[in-house]
Design a protein around this ligand. Structure first.
Ligand code: AMP
Ligand code: ZN
Length: 111
């Protein structure tokens, strides 16, 4: 999609430190990491947010498989996965992405 930062990263038009790729997803380090591991997993196809992705169960399944693929490659057994859906809860890039965080302790409930 034109003017989408994460579509541009998927296409290789904007640089990012990619750590995992498969047929469904691209994963890259967050520019402003909040944990020793802070990776963004994005579907190759553009969806605005998790609710939008949920309209396409096949794409949603591929996306979840991609998160699993990244975690397995990274050797992560314990990780927190965050989706911000909507500007009201902090979504700032409107191409759905999973924040995959690991390597420190995490509070519950989340802040
Ligand atoms: P959210 O606020 O949930 O939409 O998350 C967007 C995330 O994208 C933030 O954690 C940012 O630090 C991250 N981010 C923004 N621009 C880039 C970029 N060019 N490369 C990597 N991460 C980015
Ligand atoms: Zn996009």
């Amino acid at each position: 999609m034109a003017d989408c930062l994460f579509c541009a990263i998927v296409a290789g038009d904007i640089p990012a430190t990619k750590v995992y790729e498969d047929e469904h997803v691209v994963a890259f380090n967050d520019l402003n990491p909040q944990a020793p591991t802070h990776v963004l997993v994005v579907p190759r196809e553009h969806f605005v947010d998790l609710a939008d992705l949920g309209r396409d169960p096949a794409a949603a399944g591929g996306f979840v498989a991609g998160i699993r693929g990244f975690a397995a490659q990274a050797g992560l057994t314990d990780f927190r996965t965050v989706f911000n859906t909507g500007a009201g809860v902090g979504q700032s890039v409107f191409h759905v992405h999973a924040h995959v965080l690991a390597g420190r302790s995490f509070d519950w409930p989340p802040g």
